[in-house]
Design a protein around this ligand. Structure first.
Ligand SMILES: *[C@@H]1O[C@H](CO)[C@@H](O)[C@H](O)[C@H]1NC(C)=O
Ligand SMILES: *[C@@H]1O[C@H](CO)[C@@H](O)[C@H](O)[C@H]1NC(C)=O
Ligand SMILES: *[C@@H]1O[C@H](CO)[C@@H](O)[C@H](O)[C@H]1NC(C)=O
Ligand SMILES: *[C@@H]1O[C@H](CO)[C@@H](O)[C@H](O)[C@H]1NC(C)=O
Ligand SMILES: *[C@@H]1O[C@H](CO)[C@@H](O)[C@H](O)[C@H]1NC(C)=O
Ligand SMILES: *[C@@H]1O[C@H](CO)[C@@H](O)[C@H](O)[C@H]1NC(C)=O
Ligand SMILES: *[C@@H]1O[C@H](CO)[C@@H](O)[C@H](O)[C@H]1NC(C)=O
Ligand SMILES: *[C@@H]1O[C@H](CO)[C@@H](O)[C@H](O)[C@H]1NC(C)=O
Ligand SMILES: *[C@@H]1O[C@H](CO)[C@@H](O)[C@H](O)[C@H]1NC(C)=O
Ligand SMILES: *[C@@H]1O[C@H](CO)[C@@H](O)[C@H](O)[C@H]1NC(C)=O
Ligand SMILES: *[C@@H]1O[C@H](CO)[C@@H](O)[C@H](O)[C@H]1NC(C)=O
Ligand SMILES: *[C@@H]1O[C@H](CO)[C@@H](O)[C@H](O)[C@H]1NC(C)=O
Length: 497
C-alpha cells in the first residue's frame, strides 16, 4: 500500500488536515517525482476559465507536485489516485487530458460549473471507482465509452442538463453499486434492460427526467437493490411483479409517472425492509393490501393521487410511520361506511407521526376520538372532500403541535370544540362547507399563529367574533354564508376578505 497525500497551501482546503503527512511527501520528492501525471494536470488547469477560490494556484512549477491542492498520490511511482476538486466554483471543461491520469481511482468534481460535456476519454480510466460529477453544467450525452471504467462503483451525474438516453453500456459496469442520474430533466428514451446485469447495484436514482417506456421486467434480477427512484418521468406500464421479490428494497419511489396496476397482496411479506413506499400520482388501482402492516420498517407511505379503493387496513404494527398520505383516491365506502376511518386509531402507535392526508376520498362515518391520542409530533391533518359526518372530536385539542387542520366539504355537524383553542401552533383551520353550528368559540383567540381561518358555508350563528382582530397573524379570513349577526366590519377585515 502506498501512502496517500492531499496537501495544499490554500487555507480553505480541507486537505490541510493531512498536513501531518507532509514529511512523507518530502520523502517522496527526494526519491522520485513521477512526471507522468503532471502535464495532464497542468493541461487540465490551463482549460479552467474560473477558479474563484484559487484552488489551482498551487498547481504551478514552483510548488512541489506533491503539494498540489486537491491531488492525492499513491504507490511507488507517486501517481495521482484521487482528484478532489468538489465545491470550488470551478468553471470550464473537464479536460480530456483527465484520461491520461492512468492510476486515478476517485474523481470528485461535484458542485462546480464544469461543462459542457463529459469527455469520452473518461472511459480510458479502467481503475476509476468513484466518479462524482453531479451538480455541474454538463449538457450533451453520457459517453458510451463509460463502459471502459469497468471498476466503477459509484457514479453520480444528478443535477446536470444531460440529454440523450441512458447508454446501454452502463449495464457493463459490473461493479457498480450506486448510480444517480436524477434531475437532468432531459434524459430520454427507455431504461435499458442491460441495467439488469448490474448484479452489485444497491442504489439507482433516475427521477426528474423524461424517461419513457416501461420498467424492464429483467430489473427484478437486481437482488441486492435497496433504493430505487424512478419518479417524475414518463414511464408507463406496471411495476414488474419481480420487483416485489426484491427483499432488500427499502426505498421504492415511483411517483408522478403513468404506472398502473395493483399492489400485490403479499407486499408486506415480500418487502420486509421497506421504509419508504411512494407511488403517488400514478394510476394504481385495487385496494391497499393488509399485509402492508407487516412491513414494520415503513416510515413513509405515500399512495396519493391514484385510483385506489376499498378499506384502509389497520396499520398498528407500523410504529415507525411518519407520513401517511392517501389523498385523492377512492378509499372508503361512502356515507354508510361505519368503520371506514377505524384505521386512524391504529396510527396511535406511531410515535413519530407527523402527517395524515386523507382528503378527497370516500371516507364516511365519524372521526374517532382516538385522533387525540396521535403522537405529539403530529402536525398535519387533511380530511377535506370526504363524506365524514358527526362532530369534530374535542380530543383534537390534545394535538399541541398541529399546524394544519383541514376538514372542509364534509358533513360535519355540531359546534367547533373550544379545545381547539389549545392548538398554539395552528396556522391553518379550514372547516368550510359543512353543517357546523353554534358560535365560534372565543378560545380561538389564543391561536396566535393562525394564518388562515375559513368557516364559510356552515350554520354558525351569534355575533361576528370581534376578538378576531386579536389574531394578528391572520392573512385570510372567510366567515361567509353563515347566520352571523351584528357588525360585519372588522378592523382589519378590508385586507382580509
Ligand atoms: C494525454 O494523452 C494523449 C494521448 O494518449 C496525448 O496526445 C496527450 O498529449 C496527453 N496529454 C498530456 C498533457 O500529456
Ligand atoms: C505557486 O503556488 C504557491 C502555493 O500555492 C503560491 O504561493 C505561489 O504564488 C504560486 N506561484 C505562482 C507563480 O503562481
Ligand atoms: C512513473 O510511473 C510510470 C508508470 O507507473 C513508471 O513506469 C515510471 O518508472 C515512473 N517514473 C518514476 C521516475 O518514478
Ligand atoms: C455542494 O455545495 C453546497 C454549498 O455550496 C454544500 O452545502 C453541499 O453539501 C455540497 N454538496 C455536495 C454533494 O458536495
Ligand atoms: C450545487 O452547487 C452550488 C454551488 O456550485 C450550490 O450552491 C448548490 O447548493 C448545489 N446544489 C446541490 C443540490 O448540491
Ligand atoms: C471511445 O471508445 C472507442 C471504442 O472503445 C475507442 O475507439 C475510442 O478511442 C474511445 N474514445 C476516447 C476519446 O477515448
Ligand atoms: C448481460 O450480460 C451478459 C453476459 O455478459 C450478456 O450476454 C447479455 O447480453 C447482457 N444482458 C443485457 C440485457 O445487456
Ligand atoms: C418471487 O419469489 C418466489 C419465491 O422465491 C417465486 O416463487 C416467484 O416466482 C417470484 N415471483 C416473481 C414474479 O419473480
Ligand atoms: C402480519 O401482521 C399481522 C397483524 O397485522 C399479524 O397478525 C401477523 O402475524 C403478521 N405476519 C407475519 C408473518 O409477521
Ligand atoms: C422516532 O424518531 C427518532 C428520531 O429520528 C428516532 O430516534 C426513533 O427511533 C423514532 N421512533 C420510531 C418508533 O421510529
Ligand atoms: C388515549 O390514550 C389514553 C392514555 O393512554 C387511554 O386511556 C385512552 O383510552 C386512549 N383513547 C383512545 C380513544 O384510544
Ligand atoms: C345540519 O345540522 C342540523 C343540526 O344542527 C340538522 O338539524 C340538519 O339536519 C343538518 N343538515 C344536514 C344537511 O345534515
Amino acid at each position: 500500500m502506498g501512502h496517500s497525500l492531499l496537501i495544499c497551501a490554500q487555507p480553505r482546503c480541507s486537505c490541510l488536515l493531512f498536513a501531518a503527512f507532509l514529511i512523507l511527501c518530502f520523502g517522496a520528492v527526494v526519491s522520485a517525482t513521477n512526471d507522468t501525471d503532471r502535464p495532464a494536470l497542468l493541461a487540465f488547469k490551463a482549460e479552467i476559465a474560473g477558479d474563484p477560490l484559487g484552488l489551482l494556484h498551487s498547481w504551478n512549477d514552483t510548488t512541489d507536485f506533491c503539494r498540489w491542492c486537491g491531488v492525492t498520490f499513491s504507490g511507488r511511482h507517486h501517481r495521482v489516485t484521487v482528484l478532489d476538486l468538489n465545491s470550488q466554483g470551478l468553471l470550464g471543461p473537464i479536460s480530456p487530458h483527465i484520461g491520461n491520469l492512468s492510476f486515478l481511482r476517485s474523481l470528485w468534481l461535484q458542485n462546480n460549473s464544469f461543462g459542457p460535456e463529459i469527455p469520452a476519454q473518461i472511459g480510458q480510466r479502467r481503475r476509476l471507482q468513484f466518479l462524482d460529477i453531479s451538480n455541474n453544467s454538463l449538457t450533451g450525452e453520457i459517453p458510451r465509452n463509460i463502459s471502459g471504467c469497468s471498476n466503477l462503483v459509484y457514479f453520480m451525474l444528478r443535477f446536470n442538463q444531460l440529454v440523450g438516453g441512458i447508454p446501454v453500456e452502463l449495464g457493463s459496469l459490473s461493479n457498480l453499486q450506486t448510480v444517480s442520474l436524477s434531475e437532468n430533466h432531459l434524459l430520454t428514451g427507455g431504461i435499458p434492460s442491460s441495467i439488469s446485469n448490474l448484479s452489485s447495484l444497491l442504489t439507482m436514482f433516475s427521477s426528474v427526467n423524461a424517461l419513457s417506456g416501461i420498467i424492464p421486467q429483467s430489473l427484478g434480477r437486481l437482488t441486492k437493490l435497496e433504493r430505487l427512484s424512478l419518479g417524475d418521468n414518463r414511464l408507463s406500464g406496471t411495476i414488474p411483479p419481480s420487483f416485489f421479490n426484491l427483499s432488500s428494497l427499502s426505498i421504492l419511489h415511483v411517483i408522478m409517472t403513468q404506472i398502473h396496476g395493483n399492489l400485490p397482496e403479499d407486499i408486506g411479506f415480500t418487502l420486509p425492509n421497506l421504509q419508504d413506499l411512494s407511488i403517488y400520482d400514478n394510476h394504481f388501482t385495487g385496494s391497499i393490501p393488509s399485509s402492508i402492516s407487516n412491513a414494520t420498517n415503513l416510515r413513509s407511505l405515500q399512495l396519493g393521487a391514484n385510483e385506489l379503493s376499498g378499506k384502509v387496513p389497520l396499520l398498528a404494527n407500523l410504529r415507525r410511520l411518519g407520513r401517511v398520505a392517501l389523498e385523492t383516491n377512492h378509499l372508503g365506502s361512502g356515507g354508510s361506511d361505519a368503520d371506514g376511518l377505524s384505521f386512524l386509531c391504529s396510527l396511535t402507535n406511531a410515535a413519530n407521526l407527523t402527517l395524515l392526508a386523507t382528503q378527497k376520498n370516500r371516507f364516511g362515518a365519524t372521526l374517532p376520538v382516538c385522533i387525540g391520542n396521535f403522537s405529539a409530533t403530529f402536525t398535519t391533518l387533511t380530511a377535506d372532500g370526504n363524506l365524514i359526518s358527526g362532530e369534530i372530536p374535542r380530543e383534537i385539542g390534545n394535538l399541541v403541535n398541529l399546524q394544519t387542520l383541514r376538514m372542509e366539504d364534509n358533513f360535519l355537524s355540531g359546534p367547533i370544540p373550544s379545545d381547539l383553542g389549545n392548538l398554539q401552533n395552528l396556522a391553518e383551520l379550514i372547516l368550510s362547507g359543512n353543517n357546523l353550528s353554534g358560535i365560534i368559540p372565543s378560545s380561538l383567540q389564543n391561536l396566535h399563529r393562525l394564518l388562515i381561518l375559513n368557516v364559510s358555508r356552515n350554520n354558525f350563528e351569534g355575533p361576528i367574533p370581534l376578538w378576531l382582530d386579536k389574531c394578528q397573524s391572520l392573512t385570510s379570513l372567510d366567515l361567509s354564508s353563515n347566520n352571523f349577526s351584528g357588525p360585519v366590519i372588522l378592523p382589519m377585515a378590508g385586507s382580509l376578505l
